[in-house]
Write a protein that binds this ligand. Structure first.
Ligand SMILES: Nc1ncnc2c1ncn2[C@@H]1O[C@H](COP(=O)(O)OP(=O)(O)OP(=O)(O)O)[C@@H](O)[C@H]1O
Ligand SMILES: [Mg+2]
Length: 209
């Protein structure tokens, strides 16, 4: 059983996309998964609602309030194999609750200066959480460039206290297209983007090992 939280106070870094792919990808491995949407915007809820009753079923719940999120996730632990939490792109009670619940915090970030600097903000929140309990945190490079040096430069700048995820996720239309329908990139017709699928498989292996 593991609780995975996909968090970053920076918006638009691919948190919901990663959370959806982790939740559905894990369900495809036969696990009973609960996805928890902690963002007022409810994008993960909408995406998984669009998924409807397609197999495998991924249950989804939406808690915007940190206290409700904490209490409900604690109750759900006994009912699910894994729980994947997505929070909004700002510091709020849901994000802080998720930080303390998670066995692993995944912090997606883009290979761009503003996004790399934002990791320091997450690192500060991690330090506060670590005054209460040990928190394992992994920075995941997302929407990575197909070429150039920016991916490597961004990875170098990950602050101490956050480990570097040994896999990256590229900027690929397949992720955006699949997510809208509540699908992982493993479920696109005809294995449409094999590179995206391979990245998700590698990410699943790294996160759930
Ligand atoms: N790997 C990817 N390749 C291409 N596009 C992506 C990828 N990941 C996410 N996107 C697109 O980038 C945008 C932001 O992604 P997403 O909504 O997952 O980010 P977020 O961090 O959850 O944002 P927010 O902070 O608003 O909740 C969306 O349009 C999404 O489709
Ligand atoms: Mg989101």
């Amino acid at each position: 059983m593991s609780i995975i939280a996909v968090l970053n106070t920076k918006g638009g870094v691919g948190k919901t996309t990663i959370a959806l792919n982790l939740a559905v990808g894990r369900a495809l491995q036969g696990c009973n998964v609960l996805a928890v949407d902690g963002d007022r915007q409810g994008s993960l809820l909408t995406a998984l609602t669009n998924r409807s009753d397609r197999e495998p079923i991924v249950a989804v719940a939406h808690y915007v309030d940190g206290q409700a999120l904490r209490q409900q996730v604690q109750r759900a632990v006994a009912l699910y194999d894994d729980i994947v939490i997505d929070a909004g792109g700002r510091d709020n009670t849901a994000l802080r609750a998720a930080l303390l619940l998670a066995d692993k915090v995944i912090i997606p970030f883009l290979p761009r200066s503003f996004d790399v600097w934002a990791l320091d903000d997450m690192n500060a929140l991690l330090s506060e959480a670590r005054a209460i309990k040990e928190v394992e945190a992994w920075a995941l490079l997302t929407m990575a460039d197909a070429r150039g040096n920016d991916n490597a430069a961004a990875s170098e700048a990950v602050p101490d206290g956050v480990q570097r995820m040994p896999v990256t996720v590229g900027r690929r239309k397949a992720f955006a297209d699949a997510a809208g329908a509540g699908l992982s990139v493993l479920e696109l017709p005809g294995n449409r983007d094999a590179k995206a699928a391979a990245e998700l498989q590698a990410l699943l292996a790294a996160v759930f090992n």
